[in-house]
Write a protein that binds this ligand. Structure first.
Ligand SMILES: NC(=O)C1=CN([C@@H]2O[C@H](COP(=O)(O)OP(=O)(O)OC[C@H]3O[C@@H](n4cnc5c(N)ncnc54)[C@H](OP(=O)(O)O)[C@@H]3O)[C@@H](O)[C@H]2O)C=CC1
Ligand SMILES: CC(=O)N[C@@H](CCC(=O)OP(=O)(O)O)C(=O)O
Length: 345
C-alpha cells in the first residue's frame, strides 16, 4: 500500500480523486484538506463516500498531509499549487499537480497567461504528465504537471499526426465543449443552474489559457512552432468534453492514413480507443472512466480531416490521469484502479 494525500479535497477533482483512490487496490488515502469544511467528516459533506472514506478534512498545511504519505495530489487552483509544491518536494514527497502551475516550460509564457510564477526553478524539473507521450519521464518524476482537460482532448489525437507529418501544422482549428464541472465547484453566478440550463455558448474567444499549453506540446510534436485556433464552449452537462478538430492533411493523405497512424501509435495504450470508420465519440461512453475516444472522417468538399475526441474532464481530463501518473511514479502498473470505471455502458 502507498499512502497518498489530497490538498483540495472539497473541489470537483478532489472528490473525484477520493472516488478513484477508494477503488484503487494499492493506494491508501491518509489525509485530505479543505479549509471550508475543516474538521468535518468527509462523509458528512460527500454522502456517496459514506462508509468508504473515514477521514475528516484537515488544514492544507496539517502534519497528517505528510505522515505516512509518499505522494500528494494538489487539486487546488493555480497559484495555490505553486505555493504548496516546493515544501512538499523538500519534505521528500512526490507531487502530482492538477493545476496549470508547472505545465508550461517557459516561465515568460506562464507569466503572460497566469501572472507571476514564484518557483520558476521547478518548471524545468516538472514532467508533463500525459503518459501516452511522456510515460518514461513520468516514471522518474518527483513533480508531475497533470495536463489541462481541454488540452488532453486535443493532444491525444493530434500529436501522432503531427509527429508523422500527416497534417499541416499551421492551420489547425479546435472547437471544444465542456461540462460545467470543468469550471470547478466554487459558486459563480454565470454557472448557476438557471444560467447554464438549456443554453450553449462559446467563451474566452479572445484567447483561452489552454491555447499556449496546446501549442507548446503540438510544437514539440511537429518540430516547429504550431499555431492553433482554439475555442472553448460551455455545455449544459455536469461532466464531459467533446472536441472537434479541423486539420488539413498533407497531399495524398486521408482519413485511412490518420486512422492507421493512430492504430500504430496507440496499439498498446490502455486508455485510448481509436474508433472504427463511421463511429463517432460520445461523452456518455467515457463518463466516469479514464478513456479518451478518438475518430476521424474526411470532408471531401473542403479536403479537411474532421477529428473528434471525447473524454471525461474530471477523469482522463484531471483525476484519472493524475492517478495514472501516480501509478507510474510509484512503480505500479499504470492501469491499476482505472479500468472498468465508466458509468454508462
Ligand atoms: N474541474 C476540472 O474539470 C479540471 C480542473 N483542473 C484543475 O484542477 C484544480 C482543481 O480544480 P477543481 O477541483 O475543479 O477546483 P474546485 O474549485 O472545485 O476546488 C478547488 C479546491 O482547492 C481548495 N483550495 C482553494 N484555494 C486553496 C488554497 N489557497 N490553499 C489550499 N486549498 C485551496 C478548495 O478547498 P477549500 O477552499 O475548502 O480549502 C477546493 O478543495 C485546478 O487547478 C483546476 O484548474 C484540471 C483539469 C480539469
Ligand atoms: C468549463 C470551464 O470553465 N473550464 C475551464 C478549464 C478547465 C480547467 O480546470 O483547466 P485547468 O486544468 O487548466 O485549470 C476553463 O475554461 O477555465
Amino acid at each position: 500500500m502507498h499512502g497518498v494525500a489530497i490538498v483540495g479535497g472539497s473541489g470537483y477533482t478532489g472528490v473525484e480523486l477520493m472516488r478513484l483512490i477508494d477503488a484503487h487496490p494499492d493506494l491508501r488515502l491518509m489525509a485530505v484538506s479543505s479549509r471550508q469544511y475543516l474538521g468535518r467528516p468527509v462523509a458528512d459533506v460527500f454522502g456517496a463516500l459514506r462508509g468508504r472514506v473515514e477521514l475528516s478534512f484537515s488544514a492544507p498545511d496539517a502534519p497528517e498531509l505528510l505522515d505516512g504519505v509518499e505522494l500528494v495530489f494538489l487539486a487546488v487552483p493555480h497559484k495555490a499549487a505553486m505555493a504548496a509544491a516546493p515544501g512538499l518536494l523538500a519534505a521528500g514527497r512526490k507531487v502530482v499537480d492538477l493545476s496549470a502551475d508547472f505545465r508550461l516550460r517557459d516561465a515568460a509564457v506562464y507569466e503572460k497567461w497566469y501572472g507571476p510564477h514564484t518557483c520558476q526553478d521547478l518548471l524545468a524539473k516538472a514532467v508533463y504528465g500525459l503518459p501516452e507521450f511522456y510515460r518514461h519521464q513520468v516514471r522518474r518524476a518527483q513533480l508531475t504537471a497533470n495536463p489541462g482537460c481541454y488540452v488532453t482532448s486535443v493532444l491525444v489525437p493530434l500529436v501522432p499526426l503531427l509527429r508523422a507529418g500527416l497534417v499541416d501544422s499551421q492551420s489547425l482549428i479546435a472547437d471544444s465543449a465542456s461540462g460545467v464541472s470543468g469550471a470547478g465547484r466554487g459558486a459563480k453566478m454565470n454557472l448557476i443552474h438557471g444560467e447554464v440550463h438549456e443554453d450553449f455558448k462559446a467563451y474566452a474567444v479572445a484567447g483561452h489559457r489552454h491555447t499556449p499549453e496546446m501549442e507548446q506540446e503540438l510544437s514539440l510534436a511537429a518540430g516547429r512552432e504550431v499555431r492553433l485556433t482554439f475555442t472553448p464552449h460551455l455545455l449544459p452537462m455536469d461532466r464531459g468534453i467533446l472536441s472537434t478538430i479541423y486539420a488539413r492533411p498533407v497531399a495524398g493523405a486521408g482519413e485511412e492514413d490518420a486512422r492507421r497512424c493512430w492504430q500504430e501509435a496507440f496499439a498498446d495504450e490502455p486508455f485510448v480507443r481509436v474508433l472504427p470508420a463511421g463511429v463517432l465519440p460520445q461523452t456518455k461512453h467515457v463518463r466516469g472512466g479514464n478513456m479518451v475516444d478518438i475518430a476521424v472522417a474526411s470532408d471531401p468538399r473542403s479536403g479537411l480531416l474532421k477529428i473528434f475526441s471525447a473524454l471525461d474532464n474530471l477523469t482522463k481530463g484531471a483525476s484519472g490521469q493524475a492517478v495514472q501518473n501516480a501509478n507510474l511514479m510509484l512503480g505500479l502498473n499504470e492501469t491499476t484502479g482505472l479500468l472498468g470505471l465508466a458509468t454508462t455502458p
